[in-house]
Ligand binder design. Structure first.
Ligand SMILES: CC(C)(COP(=O)(O)OP(=O)(O)OC[C@H]1O[C@@H](n2cnc3c(N)ncnc32)[C@H](O)[C@@H]1OP(=O)(O)O)[C@@H](O)C(=O)NCCC(=O)NCCS
Length: 155
């Protein structure tokens, strides 16, 4: 298998293809939304032989900022996290390792951002994602929103 994960710039010509894939995954709304709480963000694309087959949107934010909570400091520095806001692989390309590769690349970016943790939330019907997160060693915490769980891993 010839797979790769690359960052996609929202100003690049590739962005149109990304939106097509996001629409097929019913996740385009996450890519077009503004994230005022985010300190920065990054979009990753998974490719199979130069064809875009999956995506992941990562937000860099102060821990607690999305809930209006005061920052947590360590050695005088605000602790940040990377939050996975969108994540999916086209149905016909699933179970070939692309999701795992996207998550691994996200973790590398999270390390580069010097974040404390990586976190995501997904509804209880996302059984494939739950299995992936368990395989990758994430902790699981119930969310009070829309029948969902949070998944967190320290960087
Ligand atoms: C979650 C998702 C991104 C996984 O993508 P993927 O490319 O199929 O994942 P991978 O092939 O890398 O799978 C990695 C591991 O996850 C687990 N897994 C993934 N799909 C699974 C399934 N259908 N059943 C059981 N385990 C599964 C397995 O442990 C798998 O490892 P293995 O194949 O060696 O057993 C994909 O299923 C998807 O897009 N789902 C719909 C959108 C979604 O749920 N997004 C996240 C929440 S919003």
């Amino acid at each position: 298998m010839s797979a790769s994960v690359r960052e996609i710039n929202s100003a690049s010509s590739e962005y149109g293809r990304l939106l097509d894939v996001a629409t097929k995954l019913d996740q385009a709304k996450y890519l077009t939304r503004d994230y005022p709480m985010a300190n920065s963000q990054c979009i990753l694309g998974a490719y199979f032989q130069e064809t875009l087959v999956g995506l992941l949107l990562l937000l860099r934010q102060d821990i607690g900022a999305d809930r209006g909570l005061p920052p947590i400091l360590r050695a005088g520095r605000v602790l940040e996290e990377a939050f996975v806001e969108a994540f999916g692989v086209l149905p016909e390309c699933r179970r070939r390792g692309f999701g795992h590769e996207l998550q691994t690349a996200a973790m590398t970016i999270c390390t580069g951002w010097d974040c404390y943790q990586i976190r995501s939330r997904s509804p209880v019907l996302s059984t494939e994602n739950y299995q992936l997160k368990i395989k990758m060693g994430y902790s699981i915490c119930p969310s009070e929103e829309n029948d969902s769980y949070y998944f967190t891993e320290l960087v």
